[in-house]
Design a protein around this ligand. Sequence first.
Ligand SMILES: *Cc1c(COP(=O)(O)O)cnc(C)c1O
Length: 417
Amino acid sequence: MSFETDFAAAVTSREVAGRLDEHDPLASSRGGFALPEGCIYLDGNSLGPPPRGALERAREVIEIEWGGDLIGAWNGRSWIDLPSRVGHKIARLVGAKPEEVIVADSTSINLAKLLGAALAMRPGRAKIVATPDDFPSDLYMMRAAAESHGRRLVLSTDPRASLDEDTAILVMTHVHYRTGELRDLAALTRAAHAVGALVLFDLAHSAGALPVELNAADVDLAVGCGYKFLNGGPGAPAFLFVAERHHATAANPLPGWLGHAEPFAFAPTYEPAPGVRRFLCGTPPVLSLAALEVGVDSMLAAPIARLREKSMALGNLLLERVRGRCAEFGVEPACPLEAERRGSQVSFRHPAAYAVVQALIERGVIGDFRPPDVMRFGLAPLYLRYVDIWDAAEALREVLATRGWDQPRFARRGVVT
Ligand SMILES: *Cc1c(COP(=O)(O)O)cnc(C)c1O
């Protein structure tokens, strides 16, 4: 704690923050993103901003590949290989072998596919173990999988205590979407394996944000998101991981034709493709995959340990500034204070969190609200500066001190929050 506090406390002025930016080894990567002028973007964990290369790549795919080659581009431009090719690149970000990761569908659908596969691999075990406040889509999918397979969903704030010989699988997010709490992949996996259960981790808030070592932790299955820290664009496809040792036995419960060993044999019966490719269902979204590849490439260009180091420093600084400047207005941390126990986000509680976030957005500081009372700020070290953190905390103080949030227009909720 002391180093962190000392570091953040030493940033005593905007000028000091500016000097940190001057010496930041990641400073030049900011120019690779198309961010609107005057905007402090603390929402890269909900929707990453466009890498500059994405626009050019999308134009090339539409005009030259689609427009020029038409259907011939599936072979000629290797569109058909995109799910594997981008999967191989994501594998490097999550500590997996290239052939263990593929890009497909949404995170929710990938979770459903892997849950179905896992339950079939552990027949006769009744329990899916998870935590009660995990990401809702994950909980819905787990409940549905339990019901359709005649199993039980057991929710526990201490999931390790619920693991036993009757457990088929433990399912958790690696970083909690609201609190930012970082879970110990290796320890949870060991605990599950000790009773013969499988593990499935959701990496939506960790892939591209911090080092993830799936194989070192001996993880069985994982899913992750393409449009958050991987900057793949709105609705970018997600990815999934199946450890190589399960490739022979993991079956896709949604056996679509592109997961077939020979899709273009048009055989009337299903024969799974070898390896993780069997978890494809239908035709891949080529435009989105092409954009996602640019996003993933921009992540691979920066050493992940350096990203993590800066993200921890940004988080410590935001916590320190907000605690110092905003505590008197009832703002309290809603995330772990120690950087090692946090993902790449910081969150705070305030009774008027929704309106406060809206008022901040109007001032160009974009974060998001998560019910019931949480303000969440994502910290993407590729394009955020220390001065942005300084300015964001000052903007928050101003909104609170002037009660600038207390206006009817900030109370109206859009469909997407
Ligand atoms: C964002 C997120 C998802 C999103 O799933 P989609 O189906 O791709 O929209 C799933 N799980 C977690 C933990 C998330 O944060």
